[in-house]
Design a protein around this ligand. Structure first.
Ligand SMILES: *Cc1c(COP(=O)(O)O)cnc(C)c1O
Length: 231
């Protein structure tokens, strides 16, 4: 049977990722593809999981939990939460995701930390930065990122693993590059402040992932390129 369009696009995306990494003199294994499946049916997730894709990203808590429930009990999927966070959802988020990419404020960090302590788990998180100061998007301002990052780092229930950003939308991926370089420098500053290294930079989407990889991304979050337009 011919490979489906979905699997073919996924394979092509993996090839593009590896090529961008090699172009930048990086080991392709340093970059993980998070397939962003929001608003697409679990069937599509299951097909890619069957083909070998492990990491999937979701934006909405209820939709993510519904998909998790559809996975077979011994399933291997690593679920990432990449959407806006609400503190009243902390109890559903704590301990339910491989990594939460979008932590961006103290109130949310405290709510999540408190649930993790209550449940006895330690939740890996990234601090999301809003580098262009866009009002409609989540993310901490660059000026507050070091202080907020330090506070999150010191919370027992959370494990800070790095930074995430979503630059303004450009028709040309090349224009997002300066934002990726800024996030990389911000991570270096935060690491100096904390006195330790953080493994992850979550940056790069359908329109700009090659540039993000060239600038040091370790997690690319790609939806449309793999699944097609969202319904
Ligand atoms: C939807 C979404 C993506 C994927 O975007 P595409 O352009 O479809 O690749 C990545 N990151 C976040 C935070 C998103 O909300």
């Amino acid at each position: 049977m011919a490979e489906s369009t979905l699997s073919a696009r996924w394979r092509q995306t993996l090839n593009d990722i590896a090529e961008a990494a090699r172009r930048a003199g990086r080991d392709p294994d340093e970059v993980t593809l998070v397939a962003v499946s929001k608003l697409h049916p679990f069937q599509a997730v299951a097909e890619l999981a069957q083909a070998g894709q492990l990491d999937f990203g979701e934006n909405y808590v209820q939709e993510a939990l519904d998909k998790q429930a559809q996975e077979a009990p011994a399933g291997k999927i690593r679920w990432h939460f990449i959407g806006r966070l609400q503190s009243n959802k902390a109890k559903f988020l704590a301990g339910s995701f491989q990594l939460i990419h979008s932590l961006d404020r103290l109130k949310m960090a405290r709510a999540l930390n408190s649930k993790c302590l209550e449940f006895g788990c330690r939740q890996p998180v990234l601090l999301q930065a809003n580098l262009a100061g866009e009002a409609q998007k989540g993310g901490a301002q660059e000026s507050e990122a070091l202080e907020l990052g330090t506070r999150i780092f010191n919370m027992e229930g959370l494990e800070l693993q790095g930074l995430m950003c979503m630059p303004p939308f450009f028709d040309e991926g090349e224009r997002a590059r300066p934002f990726f370089a800024r996030l990389r420098r911000l991570k270096a500053n935060l690491e100096r402040e904390l006195g330790c290294t953080l493994p992850h930079l979550s940056m790069g989407m359908t329109g700009d992932y090659p540039q993000a990889i060239e600038e040091g991304s370790t997690l690319v979050r790609i939806g449309t390129r793999i699944f097609g337009e969202r319904p």
